[in-house]
Design a protein around this ligand. Structure first.
Ligand code: GTP
Ligand code: MG
Length: 352
């Protein structure tokens, strides 16, 4: 029985945490599948959570929902703070949804430095005001205060969840700097790197590696007085890519100029992204990349979950703290302390 998606969720399902298999659980699934945003918000908090009971709900949920028939398009957008990622995301979303009447877009954020930068997302929310209101869009601020592993893990499942609920396009914006580019690269089919309209040395303060993982590059803010600087920056980026790019499966990384503010170059950039997607499918690169990502997800997920489980066990927590103190005071050698910590967690046999 499908419920009206515009009705607020009932207290018994979308606002509480129903047990998988219960009557409330099925009511919740119904709301979720009929497009209730509050239900989606709740489901995403389970997926992002590190609490064991939430993880069980998330796993159950992901296993219940069928895989999409058509493969989705997962796009990552990266670039230094202020380059215009959020503005671009909104322009992209509105154009995509206008051009493709059957498309549904979910915007998620990866913020590995959220604990340092705090509430950087409030600004994003306001900048994606129009997109947030679009009936075929869902804008999700990034989960705050989780570790890097947790964020990547949670975002990966958030993507899967949105896809299984009919979102055809996923856009992942990096909010932090530094490690976030590689984190987002592990989550998407295509990584778009946005550059500033300035010809800069040292690749605009970014780590050199980012140029190697970018699939498409665009110089942002190619408008008004910044236009010629943007064109120059694009020429510089092309020259830099000529030396660094690995030219995987015959894809030459295109460098374009764009203005999210005026819309200039947006259609061209969307066409390029589309071309990339078709090329990735035809060359087998898409399937290969997703396979590698799944493999990494397993190992990283196991590492993260095992660590959380051990660390959160009350016996381990107190004993490990004592061991850490003992190491600090130079009473126990770190190597010996690690062995003792594993023994206390029953991961090593005890000494006879
Ligand atoms: N001239 C011009 N300004 C732009 C354009 N896109 C964004 N801006 C401006 O650049 C500033 C930063 O834009 P954001 O979209 O918040 O940039 P961001 O990369 O998301 O920033 P963080 O989330 O802090 O990393 C804002 O003042 C925007 O109005 C553009 O195409 N042209
Ligand atoms: Mg932003």
């Amino acid at each position: 029985m499908a419920l009206n998606p515009n009705l607020p969720p009932s207290a018994s399902s979308a606002q509480t945490n129903p047990e998988p298999g219960s009557v409330d659980w099925f009511a919740f699934l119904d709301q979720l599948q009929s497009g209730n945003r509050a239900a989606l918000g709740r489901a995403l908090t389970w997926v992002e959570s590190t609490r064991q009971e939430d993880r069980i709900r998330a796993t159950s949920l992901l296993e219940t929902l069928p895989e999409p028939i058509q493969p989705s398009f997962r796009l990552g957008v990266s670039g230094i703070p202020g380059v215009g990622k959020s503005t671009w995301a909104e322009a992209y979303g509105l154009l995509l949804l206008r051009n493709q009447p059957n498309a549904k877009l979910a915007v998620l954020a990866v913020d590995p430095s959220s604990s340092v930068r705090g509430g950087s997302l409030l600004g994003d929310k306001t900048r994606m005001e129009q997109l947030s209101l679009h009936p075929r869009a869902f804008v999700r601020p990034s989960p705050a205060g989780t570790s890097l592993g947790g964020v990547t893990w949670g975002t990966r499942d958030s993507i899967t969840l949105c896809e299984r609920l009919g979102y055809t396009h996923l856009l992942v914006e990096t909010v932090g700097v530094g490690q976030s580019e590689t984190a987002v690269h592990d989550l998407v089919d295509c990584l778009l790197l946005l550059l500033m309209p300035a010809s800069g040395d040292g690749l605009q303060g970014m780590k050199k590696g980012i140029m190697e993982v970018a699939d498409v590059v665009a110089v942002q803010k190619a408008d008004g007085l910044l236009l010629s600087a943007a064109q120059q920056a694009a020429a510089d980026a092309r020259a830099a890519l000529h030396f660094t790019s690995a030219e995987e499966s015959n894809w030459i990384v295109p460098v374009q100029t764009v203005s999210a503010l005026t819309g200039a170059g947006m259609e061209d950039l969307l066409a390029t992204l589309d071309r990339f997607f078709r090329h990735a499918h035809a060359s087998g690169r898409w399937a290969e990349r997703r396979m590698g990502q799944r493999k990494k997800a397993f190992w990283e997920g196991l590492e993260h979950a095992a660590w959380e489980l051990l660390r959160s066990h009350p016996d381990n927590a107190s004993r490990w703290k004592e061991l850490a103190q003992s190491v600090v005071e130079n009473q126990t050698d770190p190597r010996r302390a690690v062995e003792d910590a594993l023994r206390c967690a029953e991961l090593l046999p005890g000494l006879n």
